[in-house]
Design a protein around this ligand. Structure first.
Ligand code: MV4
Length: 511
């Protein structure tokens, strides 16, 4: 029985560091922040009981420096490290270094990180465990092909379109879609080059391409006593350039029967690598209802709050309990889906060109009220740095059903005020009103297929949303040299959403 954790160093910054510290505070656990020179005045430093500098602003020289992080752990007397997401969270080398230093790593065993880190190995392992993966070919040695020509032969057998993916990759780097034999060799070489420069490994493998898939992920949790459960799914299909923008749970595309099947598969995947702690199995869900394992994220994810809202469980508290050696305090049968939750990621970025918008936050009002949660890493007067991810908060709402969660999100988005920098708040307001989103009809192609959402932000004091939508459609028309808004996506659809009927309220409250 390990000693109970009394002090945790959070090897991260921003909203997730603050999120972890909140759980620690509730549990009576002392918190230690680390910070780079750019983060001296950051919210996570102010939230912690104590804080240690770890170097210059570039992450490589601070948050990613294993020696400096462990040094801060030693100085502070922390008995555990929570890595958050990103940075060192999925580095097996860091998990091993923690163990060697006698500090508990709040995450899975290093071997489980390794087993899932290499995509061809993970595919192989999952196939042996009976987990469905996308039909494809890892190459004759199981790690890529001897030549582009050999890969083309395999691609012809699989049938185009195919996806070329980096073995060492993940998250879309080194990935190419090929729908034409004539373009195959160039695409293969491009994927190899990108894989080599991004991961130092040019192995590329093939998968049949799934067209307009939904990105569905299953939250899993395992303790160190062999118990594994799942916390149902999140739908993370609304992304841009592999950056998630909106997530929700449960998925409007997943029936109770499919949920149970995908959940059982995710549990099987986690058990196959002796997983411990919080993890996520990513799946592609095809238009025909087939699902395929893609990869496992061996960390707590950005979008974990939507799962917390629908399961009424605190995933960070559970991570700490499991790291302490506790058994999961419930069984699968004890978990149920309760209502619906949506998360909008609020980014400091130009809403139309999606470019980061760093600078000083001169006004900041977070929405509150019933069933609204805003997990933020900033405060009025703080700075958004160019060195890190430009996400400033995650706005999460819960509703008894999906429609209620959307209505509440619309309301919360209208309350939100950020001054001094540009944000994507208006983009989110527009999506919440958009007919396909409201109908739950979307895929990973959603943003690409709804460019009118980007054309013009929703004004907070607008008099006539129908006019606004018509202007947006006209702007898009001009922009694209004459594209008609498709049925259900354009002005008419926007004008008939319930939010229009409430626009008078929105005008008079000053929100
Ligand atoms: C795919 C796919 C279609 N078919 N694989 C993108 C990130 C990486 N984790 C896997 N990705 C994809 N793999 C096959 N065989 C489509 C994507 C994909 C995607 C997946 C999830 C969420 C957003 C996406 C956006 C574009 C492409």
């Amino acid at each position: 029985m390990p000693r109970p954790i009394k002090k945790i160093l959070i090897a991260n910054r921003g909203e997730i560091a603050v999120r972890v510290m909140r759980a620690c505070r509730e549990l009576g656990i002392q918190t230690v922040a680390i910070y780079s020179d750019a983060d001296r005045a950051a919210l996570h430093v102010r939230t912690a009981d104590e804080a240690y500098p770890v170097g210059p602003p570039p992450a490589r020289e601070s948050y990613l420096d294993i020696g400096k992080v462990l040094d801060a752990a030693k100085k502070s007397g922390a008995d555990a490290i929570h890595p958050g997401y990103g940075f060192l969270s999925e580095k097996a080398e860091f998990a091993r270094a923690c163990e060697k230093a006698g500090v508990i790593f709040i995450g899975p065993p290093a071997d489980a990180i390794d087993a899932m880190g290499d995509k061809t190995r993970a595919r192989q392992k999952m196939m042996s465990a009976g987990v469905p993966v996308v039909p494809g070919d890892n190459g004759p040695t199981g790690r890529g092909f001897p030549s582009a020509e050999a890969a083309l032969e395999s691609a012809k057998k699989i049938g185009l379109p195919v996806m070329l993916k980096a073995s060492a990759g993940g998250g879309g780097k080194g990935m190419r879609l090929v729908d034409d034999e004539k373009k195959f060799v160039a695409a293969y070489q491009g994927a190899q080059r990108e894989a080599k420069s991004a991961f130092g490994d040019d192995a590329v493998y093939l998968e049949k391409a799934v067209i307009r898939p939904r990105h569905i992920e299953i939250q899993v949790f395992a303790d160190s006593h062999g118990n594994v459960v799942h916390f149902f799914e999140r739908d993370c299909s609304i992304q841009r350039r592999h950056q998630k923008v909106i997530e929700e749970a449960p998925s409007p595309a997943v029936s109770p029967e499919l949920r149970a099947r995908m959940g059982a598969v995710a549990v099987k995947a986690a058990a196959a690598v002796n997983y411990v702690g919080a993890g996520t199995c990513e799946f592609l869900l095809s238009e025909t209802g087939d699902f395929y394992f893609l990869e496992m994220n061996t960390r707590l994810q950005v979008e974990h709050p939507v799962t917390e809202m629908i399961t009424q469980r605190d995933l960070v508290r559970l991570q700490i309990a499991v790291a302490n050696g506790d058994k999961l305090p419930f069984a699968q049968e004890d978990l149920t889906v309760h209502g619906a939750a949506i998360e909008c990621r609020i980014y400091a970025e130009d809403p139309i060109r999606f470019l980061p918008s760093p600078g000083k936050i001169v006004q900041y009002r977070q929405p509150t009220g019933p069933y609204v949660r805003d997990d933020s890493g900033i405060y009025e007067g703080s700075e958004i740095s160019v060195f890190y991810d430009p996400m400033i908060s995650k706005l999460i709402t819960w509703g008894a059903n999906r429609a209620e969660a959307i209505e509440r999100m619309e309301r919360a988005l209208m309350e939100y005020r950020v001054g001094g920098i540009k944000t994507n708040l208006a983009f989110h307001r527009r999506v919440m009103r958009e007919a396909d989103f409201r109908a739950g009809k979307y895929s990973t192609a959603y943003i690409e297929g709804h460019k009118e959402i980007l054309a013009k932000p929703i004004a907070l004091d607008e008099d006539d949303e129908a006019l606004d939508a018509a202007l947006a459609a006209a702007a898009l028309h001009a922009l694209e040299g004459g594209v008609q808004p498709t049925a259900g996506n354009g002005a008419a659809a926007t004008a008939t959403t319930p939010s229009t009927e409430r626009s008078a309220w929105q005008r008079t409250t000053g929100f």
